[in-house]
Design a protein around this ligand. Structure first.
Ligand SMILES: [Zn+2]
Ligand SMILES: [Zn+2]
Length: 151
């Protein structure tokens, strides 16, 4: 089954209709390679005639049925991305200074699955996430530059 068929299936399982707005939001998130804010989503769907209230309701709906998740960036912005199985399993690198959220492809997930098995979990596992925090190279460079000016 392709991603879109699974998406339609998830909507149906939740007794939700497949509207063209819902399809467009899903397709857009499948096209981009980094999480988007609400205004970025809206900007990319303006030509399509997406109304902000419709978009916001769609986002909330997708979050509630596990199609997407929200990540809060350090800068306070909320970004959205597809969850497995709609996106390949990945981790995130997150800059604590500028809020950059960068997806990291994970080629071999086996070591993580082993680590998970060593934990005593209170339930079944659907997927897992790893967020790595630090200062991105762009911020490090800017920091070095401004320190250079001072001395
Ligand atoms: Zn940064
Ligand atoms: Zn992983």
């Amino acid at each position: 089954m392709n991603r879109e068929a699974v998406f339609v299936d998830v909507l149906k399982q939740n007794r939700l209709r497949v509207t063209k707005e819902r399809l467009e939001v899903f397709r857009l998130l499948g096209r981009v390679d980094s999480p988007l804010t609400r205004s970025e989503l809206l900007g990319n769907l303006k030509h399509f005639g997406m109304h902000p209230p419709t978009l916001y309701r769609t986002i909330e709906l997708f979050v509630s049925v596990g199609i997407i998740q929200s990540l809060s960036s350090i800068s306070g912005e909320v970004v959205y991305e597809l969850l497995p199985p709609f996106a390949p399993h990945h981790h995130h690198y997150r800059c604590m200074n500028c809020g950059l959220t960068f997806p990291l492809e994970v080629s071999d997930d086996a070591p993580e699955e082993v680590a998970l098995r060593s934990l005593t979990l209170p339930g079944a596992v659907v997927y897992h996430q790893v967020d790595i925090f630090g200062t991105c190279f762009k911020c490090l460079r800017e920091r070095n530059l401004s320190e250079g000016e001072v001395s």
